[in-house]
Design a binder for this molecule. Structure first.
Ligand code: NAP
Ligand code: ZN
Length: 349
């Protein structure tokens, strides 16, 4: 048995999204059914639908920044009760047994983590995401959303928050560390807030000077425009850690040259196009070029609790179900301050 619910649906890689329906499975013994209240718009939603990372099966509903309340729990659920305020991020399942799952890195499951949308679920269906009124998820992949985080602002933490928190933690952002954030979008602005809260010295590298006042208000200590070549001369060998959140391919060698000795540039941006690295750029200064993929479930809970404790939440623009195509166009033109969140009440009709 399944339930048909309202959803925002992509019919193909190129046509506009429309208001349609999807099916959700019945609640199993270990499942939680969530009434979705807010859903963030991540650039990955657009990459996926456009086929930037490979062909997809359509119709497809995306969205992996999900917040709502528990509406029903299965007979063996122990962690959640009806009415709890919860979230779901980019993962809905993994094998739970491989060494990466065992170490809390479910996103790197050796048997294939199951993404919240566009992934093959254990029952063979294609997972459908959070641009919908409800979702059914096994309890181990449901997060508690602290009351201290404003409800409408919590959703973007489930992807943009954890994707920036995880590398900042892993590479020890904190007092005495010089951290640069490349690209001030949904991920970038969360990286600034979190790195600042961790005590790092934070620099924003954005294309133009247009977001300077915003960046300083978000917690950045310094701001430079990458369209000005002088930036790459004056900041040479300046940073211990660079988080690149840009959704397109950039001149990665120029940015690697901004790393101090032993520094690391972590790509979280996932452009469709490859970026060519000069070995010499890494060899000089013993630099590292790394990547990072969201974060595990325990670390995502740690991030939510960290944000609650430090009063961190994204800067958002609320949009409605019938305006999501316009919102996507604004994401593509980097004209969002700094994350769209869909008011799912507008989908309930
Ligand atoms: P976003 O809100 O669109 O932000 C991307 C930012 O990149 C823009 O605000 C812009 O910053 C900069 N930018 C865009 N086009 C550019 C271009 N052609 N050249 C230089 N800079 C450009 O996107 P997002 O939601 O933060 O996602 C960013 C990337 O991270 C996407 O590729 C997404 O798929 C990926 N992602 C990865 C993970 C992971 O686990 N690794 C998780 C989530 C998302 P300025 O205006 O400041 O220059
Ligand atoms: Zn995302």
């Amino acid at each position: 048995m399944t339930t048909v619910i309202p959803a925002i649906v992509a019919p193909s890689a190129t046509e506009p999204l429309f208001l349609g329906t999807i099916e959700r499975r019945d609640v199993g013994a270990k499942d939680v059914r969530i009434d979705i209240r807010w859903a963030g718009i991540c650039h990955s939603d657009i990459h996926t639908v456009q086929g930037d990372w490979g062909t997809q099966q359509y119709p497809l509903t995306v969205g992996h920044e999900i917040v709502g309340t528990v509406a029903e729990v299965g007979s063996e659920v122990t962690k959640f009760a009806v009415g709890d305020r919860v979230g779901v991020g980019c993962l809905v399942n993994s094998c739970g047994e491989c060494e990466n799952c065992a170490s809390g890195n479910e996103q790197h499951c050796l048997n294939g983590a199951i993404g919240t949308y566009a992934a093959t679920d254990v029952d063979g269906t294609i997972t459908q995401g959070g641009y919908s009124t409800g979702v059914v998820v096994t309890e181990d992949f449901v997060l508690r959303v602290p009351e201290a985080i404003p409800y409408e602002k919590a959703a973007p933490l489930l992807c943009a928050g954890i994707t920036t928190y995880s590398p900042l933690r892993h590479w020890n952002a904190g007092p005495g560390k010089r951290v640069a954030v490349v690209g001030l979008g949904g991920l970038g602005h969360m990286a600034v807030k979190i790195a600042h809260a961790m005590g790092a010295d934070v620099t924003v590298l954005s294309r133009s000077l247009s977001k300077k006042d915003d960046a300083l208000a978000l917690g950045a200590d310094h701001y430079f425009a990458t369209e000005d070549r002088e930036t790459f001369r004056s900041l040479r060998s300046s940073f211990d850690l660079i988080i690149n959140s840009v959704s397109a391919a950039i001149d990665i060698n120029s940015h690697l040259n901004l790393l101090a000795m032993n520094g690391t540039l972590v790509n979280v941006g996932a452009p469709a196009e490859p970026m060519a690295v000069n070995a010499g750029t890494l060899i000089g200064g013993r630099r590292s070029f790394a990547g990072s993929n969201i974060g595990g479930i325990a670390e995502t809970q740690e991030m939510l609790d960290f944000c609650a404790e430090h009063g961190i939440a994204p800067d958002i623009e609320i949009t409605s179900a019938d305006q999501v195509n316009e919102a996507w166009a604004r994401v593509l033109s980097s004209d969002v301050r700094y994350r769209f969140v869909i008011d799912i009440e507008t989908l309930k009709g």
